[in-house]
Design a protein around this ligand. Structure first.
Ligand code: CMP
Length: 139
């Protein structure tokens, strides 16, 4: 089934100029980029985006980090895109990420883990709508 998922290239990766290499890894695996932009999140926007983690001990640190520098957000499309992108990213903790994954290659630690991807169809819909209007989706 064709799906769409949200990808974020996080501040640690943009700061190291890795966005091109990460987008290449995504494209080489056959996912299509149907929307793309670079922006800063305010602290409040980051807190809104990660609202589901509000009660977690890492929430303040995560949202400070996510608003610390520019990010690259994109919408990826393809058959089973949500799970496929999660495989391309690798595990949240880079120490557990498999060879050839983005996080194995680039993540610094469990927080500064270079990329985010939606984890389910409902979250993908919410997260895509958070960043993009219908007009910005080219599919
Ligand atoms: P992400 O896939 O964007 O989803 C939530 C983010 O919280 C996660 O990637 C990490 O950046 C961060 N995160 C998850 N678990 C931890 C943790 N135990 N400590 C610090 N940050 C975490």
């Amino acid at each position: 089934m064709t799906q769409r998922t949200l990808s974020i290239i996080k501040p640690d990766a943009v700061e190291r100029n890795l966005q091109g290499r990460i987008l290449s890894m995504i494209q080489e695996k056959g996912l299509k980029i149907v929307a793309l932009k670079m922006l800063y999140l305010t602290r409040e926007q980051a807190r809104g985006f990660y609202d589901v983690h509000r009660e977690k001990p890492f929430f303040d640190s995560l949202t400070d980090y996510m608003s610390s520098g520019p990010i690259v957000v994109s919408v990826l499309e393809g058959d089973g895109a949500i799970d496929r992108y999660r495989e391309i990213m690798g595990a949240t903790n880079p120490e557990s990420a498999g060879q050839g994954t983005i996080r194995k290659a680039f993540a610094l630690d469990i927080e500064k883990n270079s990329v985010h991807g939606s984890d389910a169809p409902e979250t993908a819909y919410r997260e895509i709508s958070f960043f993009f209007s219908q007009m910005e989706l080219v599919g």
